[in-house]
Design a protein around this ligand. Structure first.
Ligand code: 5AD
Length: 431
């Protein structure tokens, strides 16, 4: 009988892609995917440990799976960053788990499936990218890793522990994967890396800007995006590539974390408030209508009301289109634990809601500014909320739901007149 698998994914795009890679290699081994965990012979939880909450979820999920394990012939595997961080401890706390496998080991699933290894959390020197076996859920879009791991040591962050040191893939490997993705109909490419712009080809030394240009020049790449850039590594070559290629999305996610130089120093972010503003200025001068988005942490140890006001002021100055903000969450083994206790919960909550209120207003103004304009939209498929409409994205990465011909081929580019701004999205009609 065919063996079946069920996979659950938390966290970032890296994890999404790891799940696509896992699904692909399981299918090659003859497994069939099921959407109901009680029908599965293999259950994989692909976990996230960026904040405490995400980590807790894993253990409560495992608790719920215990009963299932008693009844069914099922292997349970914990993958992803909690697996890397907790390793053996997971087997101690939840002995019904069959194996634990970190993100560096995704290319070696055979080791854990066969029972040869129960805890696979080393970082194999040769991180395998068997890209032809990735099971891509989208017909129009491909996620493509160009660099794994992170060499920055931000004091709050668990990623260096869970994803290891930076390793870039060879330039031509990346281009080959992009070409294969385009040939399979994916005209939208998203390059991934924890610090994507730190990319440097291990054999030729080509940098991120050079890679961006080369990918953008590949015939059939209708849109190119990338995630996540570190402000301290932004350089002119990267900015020029974005400026000179109309198929590179005019969107940049540039996490600032705080608007206070004092807090930034304690976070070891490697830039000051002034330096960050200068980078933003340089990019805006080259690409005036760019959509900036960012991540902010509130309540970092020692963050004063004044520090926080500096963050609000910076948000107001930059007018980010999108913003993701989180309460500081102490992570095991990170240097920030020694800086001091987090800001009191009630104060952090209150800061978070002030920040969101400010950003809501800025975002609304930005979305309203598109009303009446005709924008090129890359069609991704029917709208999730209303299947009688189509959905796609503008080249500055706003989702547009619009009235149009449902027979439009996916991946084509249409002019859409925007007639309404919604909460996070735009609404319009194909011209
Ligand atoms: N606590 C809260 N937020 C965090 N992030 C990373 N580590 C932590 C932490 N310990 C946030 C940062 C990062 C985003 C992916 O998650 O803002 O950019």
């Amino acid at each position: 009988m065919t063996r079946t698998f069920y996979i659950e994914t938390w966290g970032c795009q890296m994890n999404d892609l790891d799940s696509q890679r896992l699904a692909g290699s399981l299918k090659l081994r003859g497994y069939r995917r099921v959407d109901d965990e009680s029908q599965a012979n293999l259950i994989l939880l692909n976990t996230c440990s960026i904040r405490d909450k995400a980590e807790h979820k894993v253990f409560s999920r495992l608790g719920a799976l215990r009963e299932l394990k008693r009844r069914n012939d099922v292997q349970i595997g914990v993958c992803g960053c909690v697996a890397q961080q907790e390793g053996e401890t997971i087997l101690e706390r939840a002995p019904w788990v069959d194996f634990v496998m970190g993100p560096g080991n995704v290319g070696y699933i055979e080791d854990v499936l066969s029972g040869r290894t129960r805890v696979a959390t080393n970082f194999p020197e040769d991180r395998r990218y068997d890209f032809l076996s990735v099971d891509r859920p989208s017909a129009t879009k491909a996620l493509i890793t160009i660099i794994e791991g992170c060499n920055k040591n931000c004091t709050f962050c668990i990623v260096p522990t869970t994803r290891g040191r930076e390793i870039s893939r060879p330039f031509h490997d990346v281009l080959a994967e992009v070409r294969a993705a385009v040939e399979s109909g994916r005209s939208e490419i998203e390059l991934l890396g924890q610090t994507v712009n730190a990319y440097i080809c291990p054999t030729s030394g080509r940098d991120f800007g050079t890679l961006l240009s080369a990918v953008a020049d590949i015939h059939g790449v209708a849109r190119l995006r990338f995630m996540t850039s570190h402000p301290a590594v932004v350089n002119d070559n990267m900015i020029a590539a974005m400026r000179d290629h109309s198929n590179i999305s005019r969107y940049l996610h540039l996490p600032v974390q705080s608007g206070s130089s004092r807090v930034l120093r304690r976070m070891k972010r490697l830039y000051t408030r002034e330096k960050y503003l200068e980078i933003i200025d340089r990019i805006r001068t080259a690409i005036p209508e760019i959509h900036f988005s960012t991540d902010v942490i509130v309540g970092f140890p020692g963050e004063s009301e004044n520090d926080f006001l500096e963050t609000l002021d910076l948000i107001e100055q930059i007018r980010y289109g999108s913003l993701f903000a989180f309460k500081y969450s102490p992570r095991p083994g990170t240097p920030s634990l020694k800086i001091g206790p987090p800001v009191q919960e009630a104060i952090a909550d209150e800061r978070l809601s002030r920040l969101f209120a400010l950003h809501e207003r800025i975002k609304r103004e930005r979305l309203e500014s598109y009303r009446g304009r005709v924008l090129p939209v890359l069609v991704e498929g029917p709208s999730r909320h209303d299947p009688s409409m189509l959905s796609g994205r503008t080249d500055d990465n706003w989702v547009v739901n619009f009235v149009g011909d449902l027979a439009t081929p996916l991946g084509s580019m249409l002019g859409v007149r925007i007639d309404q701004a919604q909460h996070h999205t735009l609404r319009g009609e194909a011209m």
